[in-house]
Design a protein around this ligand. Structure first.
Ligand code: URA
Length: 432
């Protein structure tokens, strides 16, 4: 291992056998954490070329269980987001794409830190369960064309180990490491094709469009080497997506969007990602046709009906979809108001995400308990004019004391100037 660390430190390419030695050693525990950490730091500075990244991805993917979705008819298209604030796209895209005829076999995650997780959001619907056996998962997809569950613990153990080390050794933000980490998990989940939403901006790992584009290219190259079609969309996370940040509050916004009354940015992103999923799933011949099909499914109520079907199939009460006011909401509400007149020129997604977590909607660590009814409802976003005393956001928490910290973060999140800023596009690049 010392030789391999030295080799990468000098910027040299490692062979397949050498990466196999590392992955086997890390899974078996034979390579100590300090050597793995040193190796990750060497990779952080020297990088890996696309061949090495694909080799590492393949080895990590094979380090644990591989999900076999071959019993499900049709092209299974997965979707992944690199994580953001207010990102409830899976709740919308899942039913929408399933209603269009593409089977959705979605394994999702939980929220941590400033980012939320689909599983937590779904569990804010009374009775709904995301725990199921592989057999149940497949049966549900065969019957309803969709199921959403948690990732099996035995999936990609090599990534679990490496990611937890990277997290505490400042080696997360390397494009090859991020690409191999995400792609190994997506590929192990058994999808035939994948649409990836790469977030860029303050609330994301990627801080520049160029970096995000490099990551997108790396992921599409890995896909090509492994015979899976990958489309990567680079989208802005300079401000939260939509207006709702939390759990139940995001479910409400997802319901509005499925009914055609959602926020403009969220709807635009869902149509973009969804139509690529329809093209990859071969139910539409072109991207434009995909957008029209998705809009029609929203207008006809078919997308919303599929959402209710999904809730019921996973043990939840679909009444909550018809009457979202029944969804949990925290005991206390407080308005965060503007101190001056002007225009919103910045709305830092990271600060809003942390504020929501402090209100109880997110996890500071893996063991934190979530308050499904907590969160933030933004009333103003970038480009909007505001008057002193006007509400910028509503905060929800079961602990009034939480408002103090959240208010400090929101005060930092909103930048108000006398002149309006140019609106930035939400979708920045598409790489296929
Ligand atoms: N998400 C992952 O799953 N892995 C990374 O390396 C970064 C984000």
């Amino acid at each position: 291992m010392v030789e391999l660390i030295k080799k990468k430190r000098e910027g040299l390419e490692l062979s397949k056998e050498e990466y196999a030695f590392i992955v086997n050693g890390l899974v078996s525990g034979k390579i100590p954490d300090y050597q793995l950490s040193a190796f990750m730091m060497a990779v952080y500075f020297q990088g890996m070329n696309s061949e090495e990244t694909a080799i590492l991805t393949d080895l990590m993917m094979r380090s644990g269980e591989l999900v076999d979705l071959s019993e499900i008819k049709g092209i299974k298209v997965d979707k992944h987001s690199t994580g953001g604030v207010g990102d409830k796209t899976t709740l919308i895209l899942g039913p929408l794409v399933a209603a269009a005829g593409v089977p959705v076999a979605k394994m999702s995650g939980r929220g941590l830190g400033h980012t939320g997780g689909t599983l937590d959001k779904m569990e804010s619907i009374k009775g709904l369960s995301v725990d199921m056996s592989k057999e149940e998962f497949i049966k549900k997809i065969q019957k309803h064309n969709i199921a959403i569950c948690g990732q099996s613990k035995s999936l990609v153990p090599a990534d679990k180990k490496l990611y937890s080390l990277r997290d505490v050794t400042a080696t997360v933000e390397n494009i090859s490491l991020i690409a191999s980490s995400i792609m190994s998990k997506k590929l192990a989940c058994g999808a035939d094709a994948i649409v990836i939403d790469i977030k860029v901006g303050k609330g994301a790992y990627m801080k520049s469009v160029e970096q995000a584009e490099d990551l997108a290219k790396m992921m599409t190259e890995i896909g090509a080497k492994m015979d899976r079609a990958v489309v990567a969309v680079v989208s802005s996370m300079d401000q939260p997506l939509g207006f709702a940040v939390g759990n139940a509050i995001e479910v409400k916004e997802a319901i509005d969007t499925l009914k055609g009354n959602g926020p403009e940015d969220l709807t635009e992103l869902c149509l973009k990602l969804g139509s690529h999923m329809l093209v990859l799933g071969e139910v539409c011949a072109s991207y434009e046709e995909g957008v029209e099909k998705l809009k029609a499914l929203i207008d006809s109520g078919a997308a919303f009906a599929k959402f209710k079907e999904l809730i019921a199939a996973q043990g939840g009460d679909p009444t909550y979809a018809d009457q979202p006011e029944l969804l949990p909401i925290s005991k206390f509400e407080k308005a965060f108001v503007s101190e001056k007149d002007g225009f919103i020129v910045e709305l830092d997604a990271l600060d809003v995400g942390i504020a929501s977590m402090k209100l109880g909607a997110g996890r500071e660590n893996q063991d934190s308990k979530i308050d499904f009814g907590a969160g933030i409802l933004l009333k103003k976003k970038i480009g909007d004019p505001v008057k002193a005393g006007e509400t910028l956001a509503l905060m929800y928490s079961n602990q009034q004391a939480d408002f103090i910290k959240a208010e400090q973060l929101l005060a930092k999140a909103f930048t108000i100037n006398t002149n309006a800023a140019n609106k930035k596009p939400l979708i920045l690049k598409t790489i296929m």
